[in-house]
Design a binder for this molecule. Sequence first.
Ligand code: HEM
Length: 346
Amino acid sequence: MTSPVISPVTSPVTSPPDESLLRGFPFPFPADAYRYSTNVEPARRPVATPAGQWGAPVVDVDVEYHRELAERADILAADPSRHAVLPHMRPAAWDAALTLLKELAAAYPGSMRLTRLPGEGRWRWENRLLALTWDFTYADDDSLPEEPLRWIAGQVQEDIVLLDQRNDALWGDAGVVTFAADWSFGFDVGMSFLEIHGPVPRVRQEGVITRAHEFIKRLQPHQPYRRTNWTMTIGRRLDVSTERYHEWGPDRETIRLVDDETFGRTVHLRVEVQHLIRLPDSGAVMFLIRTYMLPLEQLARVEEWRVRTAEVLAELPEDMADYKGVIKYKDRAAAWLRAAGAREAR
Ligand code: HEM
């Protein structure tokens, strides 16, 4: 009798991602060493990469659209703490919803359309990807099937946080966050921007977060900015929130037990493209977090990315590697990437 093979890693590794995900991957490393910085730049500027391009739209719809929205819906149904709108943020939630509808319509005119209807604040929204047509009245909660932020989060792959600006500070007072990378939206909601960044090493001493705070407070409507952030994830697992740590956390240990082939398929470079947008009606700031994952196996196919990622991981200081949760396997990832070059050369 043969016993079943038990994989030491529990996170899902689905079939290799679509080629288009490699072409649109927002590779995050501008140099061979990575340090935190207030790395903001104007949004909407396309970035050419050796594999393709990213960055033209503020909201990015890709081949994972339906799968990711279904996953978000499941997470929200199972855990209400992933969605919160403090009472004073209701106008901001509407502002965010309309702003995102406009972004979708502008970026995807073939499948999304927003039309003004006769009557004050009346709109028609058509989203052909979801076979959805809906007429609504701006700021009338009864005109949507659910709370506006949750409704729009059902149509974009981005996680959304809304920040209120008062007393010269920013407060994370609303959001729908289902794909958090090792943090908890439910825990952070209502906290100030500076408090939220409390756990991040280095950034306070180096002034990164205070500069970012000042920058965001001055943000103007219609001038969106963006930045990238990165970490690594074991398996193609979008929801690596604190709430589900018990499911994915142990993989950081057990990944050392897998063979090299499995390692390359299972370990992903995870990149967030984050947009910062001052909402025009409410004055709140919308923070969008769009998550992309590429397995090392695919990353290694782009020579520039393979070499640079290996350098960055090998050089990454301990405190940063520890905070990112990659300390136990980042050296193996660097070695794997270097060996992938040698394998290619043979
Ligand atoms: C220019 C703007 C920003 C900068 C420079 C910045 C910088 C950073 C950095 C360096 C990290 C550590 C990331 C890592 O090592 O993986 C971080 C984490 C984080 N950031 Fe930001 N951030 C910015 C905007 C925001 C905004 C607007 C929010 C929304 C509330 C936010 C929420 C978070 C959260 C929740 C974490 C994880 C903290 C934890 O471990 O609990 N960030 N940020």
